[in-house]
Write a protein that binds this ligand. Structure first.
Ligand SMILES: [Zn+2]
Length: 119
């Protein structure tokens, strides 16, 4: 019986933590700011946008001819690539091929940004 009671209280603590943790806008503890102008954003007032950005490197394999490949020593090429990556962290290597982020923009900044997102 003692064991079951202990487990139950641990379960409740976990459930409470989960509810706090799943707060979708992070409104409970931390304040939201516009990523561009720094304005304070208030969840529930409809005054900001959530922008998800996903960027990845060109996934098309290089178009190599037989001549391109003929002069390459594969093991020397692998050594060269390993040397190039030696000082990079796993995160840096990942960032080169794939980035994903979520930013918040106030209404004014969103309207300016969405008209010209590549500026
Ligand atoms: Zn703004």
């Amino acid at each position: 019986m003692e064991g079951i009671r202990a487990d139950t209280s641990r379960l409740c603590a976990a459930a409470r933590f989960h509810v706090w943790d799943s707060d979708p806008m992070g409104a409970g503890e931390s304040q939201l700011f516009c990523h561009r102008c720094g304005a304070v954003l208030t969840p529930g007032q409809g005054d900001f946008y959530v922008v998800r950005i996903e960027a990845f490197a060109d996934p098309t394999p290089p178009d190599l001819t037989e001549d391109d490949v003929a002069g390459i020593d594969p093991s020397a090429e692998i050594d060269r690539l390993i040397e190039q990556m030696r000082d990079m962290s796993e995160q840096e290597l990942m960032d080169q091929v794939y980035r994903r982020m979520t930013i918040h923009l106030c209404g004014r900044c969103y309207r300016a940004w969405i008209d010209n997102p590549a500026a």
